[in-house]
Design a protein around this ligand. Sequence first.
Ligand code: FES
Length: 287
Amino acid sequence: MNVSIDGAPPQLDKLSPAAQALRQQLDGQVAEILARYPDGPRSGLLPLLHLVQSVDGYVTPAGVEYCAAALGIHKAQVAAVATFYTMYKRKPTGEYLVSVCTNTMCNVLGGQEVYDTLTELLGVGHDETTADGRITLEHAECLAACDYGPVMTVNYDFFDEVTPDGAVDVVNRLRGGERPQPSRGARLCSLKEMAVQLAGFADDRDGAVADLGAGAATLRGNRLAEQHGISVPGFDPNTPIPTGDGRNARPTAVPAANKPASDRKPAGDAPQPQDKLLSDAKGETRD
Ligand code: FES
């Protein structure tokens, strides 16, 4: 991505033909995004980059030029952001981006075996795409689902507690034109379609978003806290959240399962079993 910070930012009325084509295709959605940031349109850069990525499957030089012109900033500033975040791709990417978490938690649970198996199956390594353009494989750092490790995502939808055989099955079905159902959330879509959602536009497929709550593994800590009467002292889950404009937003209703069991017994009042185990392990004595 060759960009220079010399000179003025590109002008919307002097775009290259490729950037002009993007402008014609995306101007309505870009206007919608920028309207969300009335005090600082450049804050719209992240969704704008997702939006231009939805056209070609990656952030092209024309996409950088168009984002810069739309925001009145230099192409180098846009490129600095686009090259920092791994979700912005800088070369053509497959219809399905398969990301396997190989970070600590997933790794000890078998994430590396999953990744190695897919590498062998697909004949591609990290950030490489199969010859048919269908699948890009990448190993990912923590995908924020450690409680379901090892995890794999396809276009950012989760396949939990995945095994090498399970991952092979998912990938083979993708290659065969199927779209297997992820463990949670919406049905799979293409990476370009997902980029539109990441730009902040709703998934308008009928019934696409599954209505699932948090899973048992995610709520495990909450359940243990309930069981042992641990809660944050004095915390009221219905406390209004100040919004900074003089109003108070009501927090989203907390499901019963997420509420602290009681404020009568704050954490630290009495040693919990794990507390004692730790003390014993360290050889500490307690009164
Ligand atoms: S370490 Fe894999 S999701 Fe966190």
